[in-house]
Write a protein that binds this ligand. Sequence first.
Ligand SMILES: *[C@@H]1O[C@H](CO)[C@@H](O)[C@H](O)[C@H]1NC(C)=O
Length: 230
Amino acid sequence: YSVFRLALHPGLCLSCVLSSHVTECFNSPYGTKYFPEYAEKIPGECTQKLSEVAKECSIYLIGGSIPEEDAGKLYNTCAVFGPDGTLLVKHRKVSRGRSTREVETGNPVIHLCHCSLPFTSQGCQLLVYPGAFNMTTGPAHWELLQRGRAVDNQVYVATASPARDDKASYVAWGHSTVVNPWGEVLAKAGTEETILYSDIDLEKLAEIRQQIPILRQKRSDLYAVEMKKP
Ligand SMILES: *[C@@H]1O[C@H](CO)[C@@H](O)[C@H](O)[C@H]1NC(C)=O
């Protein structure tokens, strides 16, 4: 399998976070027929490795996702580790669900999710999606969705896709991307395995929120989004 890694490193305006992330079901070929064979427990061999890397590099590590086996059931699960290697949070994908996990990194606040909500009101500054779009949805929606989420939530959006393998049964689109809250693409990978670096500039984020004060103009007296515990 190919593992795509995306690293968000501390830029001028971001002092404390180094996140590295691997993609959706990265320990397995992508496809439901493979998942039973590649599924692991969490904690298990694969997440142990991720924990070691987080500790070794002293980074927050968003471990893409792996097929997880628990009590005979399979889940598509993302595990996040802190700089001391601790498992901070485990997020199981909910199909078409609106579920999210917040990771306290101090700054920025990171949300992991598979479906975006108006996160800004929850203090979110960076949305991270490990994903594997295919050759139809990729060219049509991959970048569009990221830019859309970035602008409508006024957040940074980072995605990690598997590199493209034309011989795989599931051909991923590739093109891991980082988008700023203005909708501009800051960094974008090609189809091959690579490392992307991008600065997450929280001052710019604050500026944009100032310029277009979506939050302050929101009519919470007319509508609200409710988050339920999974
Ligand atoms: C990609 O996924 C979409 C949505 O599930 C599906 O309609 C399409 O046929 C798939 N395309 C390829 C090339 O597998």
